[in-house]
Design a protein around this ligand. Structure first.
Ligand SMILES: [Fe+2]
Ligand SMILES: [Fe+2]
Length: 419
C-alpha cells in the first residue's frame, strides 16, 4: 500500500494544499493520503491556535477529494511531534505500507536541520513540491541522496506563490473579496465569510476599521499593500508576525486625519510633543488639504526648516497608535514613529516596515525591482539599498534632508558612500 503523508499547520488551508491533495495521489499512484494538521503551530505569525478551526477548514476544503484521511495523530498526542516521530507512528500502524512524505522545497533545503533526518529517510521516500524563490532544491535533493541514500521525487506540480501567512493577512485585513477568493478553496471561503470559524487571526478588526475610517481609498489601498509587502518580507526575516502586521497597518494611520495642534514643539528631540489635549482633538474626518498645507508651512510645523507633512505624520501616527488605539508596545510605536525618515538606531521591525512601505507592489521607481528581489533573501541589505535610493532621490531633487535621515544614512550607508 502506497501511503502519502502530508503534515502542516494548515493555518489556514489554502488552494495550494488542495492542489497537492488532488494531484499528488494521482502523480505517485498513492492509495491513501494522510493529512495531519499540527497540534499547535508556532506562535509567530498571526496564528490561530484553535486546532478545531483549522481542522474544520481543512475538512471543508478537502471534502469530496478521494483517498484523503484527515488525521488526529498530532492532536491526540497533545504536542508538536517531530516528523520522524510521526512517520514512526504511521509505519507502526501500516507495517506493509510504503510511505511517501510530502515536503516543500524550502523544507528540503533545510533538511539537515531536521531532527533525525536519517530516520525520516529510512522510513519514507520524499515527494518534494517546489517553492517559489527556493532555487537550491535539486542540489539539496542530490546531496541528500548521496548522503543518506534518500529516495526523493520532485513533483511536476508547480506551486502557486501562496502561503498561509499571506492568506491569514488577507483575512485579518478583512479582504474578503478579490484576492482571498483566489487563495481559499470555495467552501473554506464561504465559512470565513459566514463567520462559521469564529473570529480569526488575532482580532485585528478594530484596528483595521479605524485605519479604514481615517484614510481615503487610495491611502487605505497603499496601507494594505504595505501590510502584504511587510508580511512577505517577514516570511524569511521571521520577526513577530503580530508586530509586523500592526506596525505596517498603523504606519500611515494619521496621514489623512484632521487635527489641531495644542501641544508644544521641541525642535530636536520630539518634534511634536503631543499632549493629551492634542489627542482629544484628533478627529476622524478627512484631511483638509489646504488647512494642512498652511500648518506645514508655519514655523511651528517646520522647526528644522525641513519638516514637511511627509515627515510629520510619522510622529502623529505613533501618537495616534498609542493614545487613540492603546498600542503600548514600544517597538511597534518606534517603528511607526520613524517609518518615513528612518533614524540611526533601527530595530529589524522598523527596517522591515520602512522597506515594505517603499517596495509595496504599486511602487514603480527605477530600481524598485532590484530592491524587491534583494528583500527576498536579505532584508537588511534591501533596507540599506532602499535608504540609499531615497537619500539619493531627495538629494537629486534638492530637498533638504531631515536630520534623522542624515543620521540613518551615515549609520547604514557609510560603506556605499565610500564606494
Ligand atoms: Fe508614511
Ligand atoms: Fe506609507
Amino acid at each position: 500500500m502506497r501511503i502519502g503523508v502530508f503534515g502542516g499547520a494548515f493555518n489556514p488551508v489554502h488552494i495550494r494544499h488542495v492542489q497537492i491533495c488532488l494531484k499528488i495521489p494521482e502523480e505517485y499512484g498513492l492509495d491513501k493520503l494522510i493529512v495531519i494538521p499540527s497540534y499547535n503551530p508556532p506562535h509567530k505569525r498571526l496564528d490561530s491556535d484553535n486546532f478545531f478551526v483549522r481542522k474544520s477548514m481543512l475538512e471543508d476544503a478537502l471534502a469530496g477529494i478521494p483517498k484523503i484521511e484527515i488525521s488526529m495523530l498530532e492532536y491526540n498526542s497533545k504536542k508538536n511531534n517531530y516528523t520522524y516521530e510521526i512517520l514512526s507512528d504511521i509505519a507502526a500502524e501500516y507495517p506493509d505500507g510504503q510511505l511517501f512524505y510530502i515536503v516543500g522545497g524550502d523544507g528540503l533545503e533545510a533538511f539537515d536541520t531536521w531532527k533525525k533526518p536519517e530516520v525520516i529517510l529510512s522510513l519514507a521516500s520524499l515527494i518534494v513540491i517546489r517553492r517559489p524563490d527556493y532555487n537550491a532544491t535539486d542540489k539539496a535533493a542530490s546531496e541528500l541522496t548521496k548522503k543518506f541514500g534518500a529516495r526523493i521525487y520532485i513533483s511536476e506540480l508547480t506551486e502557486a506563490d501562496i502561503s498561509s501567512t499571506y492568506v491569514r493577512t488577507l483575512v485579518a485585513l478583512g479582504e474578503t473579496d478579490g484576492d482571498l477568493s483566489g487563495c481559499l478553496p470555495h467552501s473554506a471561503l464561504k465559512g470565513v465569510l459566514s463567520g462559521r470559524y469564529g473570529e480569526m487571526y488575532g482580532g485585528f478588526g478594530k484596528y483595521v476599521d479605524f485605519v479604514r475610517s481615517v484614510s481615503g481609498e487610495e491611502l487605505f489601498a497603499h496601507i494594505k499593500r504595505t501590510v502584504l509587502a511587510a508580511v512577505k518580507c517577514n516570511e524569511k526575516a521571521g520577526l513577530d508576525g503580530t508586530k509586523v502586521f500592526l506596525t505596517a497597518l498603523l504606519h500611515d494611520a494619521s496621514k489623512e486625519m484632521i487635527f489641531e495642534r495644542t501641544g508644544s514643539l521641541d525642535e530636536k528631540t520630539d518634534i511634536l510633543k503631543i499632549s493629551a489635549d492634542f489627542i482629544k482633538e484628533l478627529s476622524n474626518g478627512r484631511l483638509d488639504v489646504e488647512y494642512y498645507k498652511r500648518l506645514s508651512n508655519t514655523e511651528y510645523y517646520a522647526p528644522c526648516n525641513t519638516l514637511r507633512t511627509s515627515v510629520l505624520h510619522q510622529f502623529t501616527g505613533a501618537e495616534t497608535a498609542q493614545k487613540v488605539l492603546g498600542i503600548d508596545d514600544a517597538e511597534i510605536l518606534d517603528a511607526v514613529r520613524y517609518h518615513t525618515t528612518a533614524k540611526a538606531d533601527m530595530t529589524m521591525l522598523a527596517k522591515l516596515v520602512y522597506l515594505a512601505d517603499k517596495i509595496e507592489s504599486a511602487r514603480a521607481y527605477d530600481g524598485v525591482d532590484a530592491i524587491r528581489e534583494k528583500a527576498k533573501t536579505d532584508m537588511d541589505g534591501a533596507f540599506k539599498a532602499c535608504l540609499e535610493r531615497n537619500y539619493a532621490y531627495l538629494k537629486a531633487k534638492g530637498i533638504k534632508i531631515y536630520y534623522l535621515t542624515e543620521e540613518a544614512h551615515s549609520r547604514y550607508c557609510a560603506e556605499s558612500d565610500k564606494a
